[in-house]
Design a protein around this ligand. Structure first.
Ligand code: PEP
Ligand code: MG
Length: 405
């Protein structure tokens, strides 16, 4: 694959902050672009993104000349080269955003050169064992109520998720949007019309009576639509960023989760404790999943940051049985794929995820489908940067049917 040019520029993300877009052109004329999202409740161990203008300069002045001069045969070779060129463990010299924009653009160009959809190319290079699951494609993790750092409301927890239990993506989107809209109607009826205003990820973001009320309203909405058998619930507590002093008291978070689990039976709980509290996670995992593995996915996000070293630590401590995979936490496609491989080896559920600050790039949809992730966390089915991923997934489902999975 011969590159004729790689040109980066700054673009805006969904919060109006600058981020990086890279355009890669092959000598055969194929041109692709890739842009990188940005988190707000970021984990301390994430790879280091530079200010967008500096990352763009690094792509144009340092990475691009190498890419045009050298031929990289595959994704691993390119990403390993970029990691070496950066030379830091945190990718702070070139910037994780500069490296990831290049890495995704290369993956996209490789797929285009092979004339296959991106998800199929990623599935080939991921080198994962075939997966047996009741669900043929990732389940959708739809964030319908925003709190924490993602909203200006009184919710301590960051994300209230509905997880449709459907055989197809199209049906999951149907069920998810129905419950989302019904929740919006119920919020307006109960709290007035400003209750339908949206948070950073397109979920509703009014004040609630307490941290459990969103689940009560969701349960009611699903029952009213007779869809309660078709949705599971989940939550990202994003506990490192919880500001509520009452939840900071010893045992308070555990008590809150026990109440939520008892009353609403969520199947998924992400970042329930501080990002350094491997033992706290392990306590919850043991309490609700027991020795033989159990029914609630306890997922690491800020705890593990798509980083195999932190995953090894979480595995040794028995902290989690599920993991969030965010390519920009680690900064290259190959390393994100390596994290998926390790999670599979550990028997953890894999949930790929967007970021709260997004662009219209839909790479994460191809990634999740390509690696046959158990889930894909996507925000609400509203706002262009979120909807771009849903619409790409719907398209991928069609491509998958046509070409066989
Ligand atoms: C998350 O915490 O899972 C998330 C998507 O938020 P952010 O991108 O702000 O880290
Ligand atoms: Mg999270």
């Amino acid at each position: 694959m011969k590159t004729s040019s790689l040109i980066a520029r700054t673009i805006l993300d969904s919060r109006g902050h600058w981020t990086v877009e890279a355009a890669l052109t092959l000598r055969n004329g194929i041109r692709v672009t890739a842009s990188v999202p940005q988190g707000k409740s970021t984990g301390a161990s994430e790879a280091h993104a530079l200010p967008a203008a500096r990352a763009v300069r690094n792509i144009n002045k340092i990475i691009a000349p190498w890419l045009v001069r050298a031929d990289f045969n595959d994704q691993d070779a390119l990403d390993a080269f970029l990691v070496r060129l950066d030379g830091t463990t945190s990718k702070s010299k070139l910037g994780a955003n500069a490296i990831l924009a290049t890495s995704i653009a290369f993956a996209r160009a490789s797929a285009a050169a092979k004339k296959v959809p991106l998800w199929r190319h990623l599935r080939t290079i991921a080198k994962l064992p075939a997966r047996k699951s009741a669900f043929a494609q990732p389940r959708l993790f739809i964030n319908v109520v925003n709190g924490g750092l993602h909203a200006g409301n009184n919710l301590a927890f960051q994300e209230y998720l509905i997880i449709p239990k459907c055989r197809t993506i199209a049906e999951s989107v149907d069920v998810g949007t129905a419950v989302y809209h019904e929740l919006g109607n119920a919020l307006v009826a109960a709290k007035g019309k400003t209750a339908a205003n949206l948070g950073d990820e397109g979920g509703y973001a009014p004040d609630f009576k307490d941290n459990l009320e969103p689940f009560a309203m969701l349960q009611h909405a699903a029952k009213k639509l007779k869809l309660d058998k078709k949705v599971d619930f989940g939550m990202d507590a994003a506990a490192t960023d919880i500001k509520d002093p009452a939840l900071g008291r010893p045992g308070a978070l555990m008590k809150a989760y026990a109440a939520i689990i008892k009353k609403y039976g969520p199947i998924y709980l992400e970042d329930p404790f501080d990002e350094n509290d491997f033992e706290g996670f392990a306590g919850l995992n043991a309490e609700f999943n027991g020795e033989g593995g159990g029914t609630i996915w306890i997922a690491g996000d800020d705890l593990t940051t798509t980083n195999v070293r932190l995953m090894e630590r979480a595995h040794a401590a028995k902290s989690v049985n599920a993991i969030i995979i965010k390519p920009n936490q680690i900064g290259s496609v190959s390393e994100a794929l390596a994290a998926v491989r390790l999670a599979r080896e550990y028997g953890w559920a894999v949930v790929a995820s967007h970021r709260s600050g997004e662009t219209n790039d839909d790479f994460i949809a191809d990634f999740a489908y390509g690696v046959q992730a158990d889930g894909l966390k996507l925000g609400a089915p509203a706002r262009g940067e979120r909807v771009a991923k849903y619409n790409r997934l719907l398209e991928i489902e069609e491509e998958g049917k046509k070409g066989g999975r």
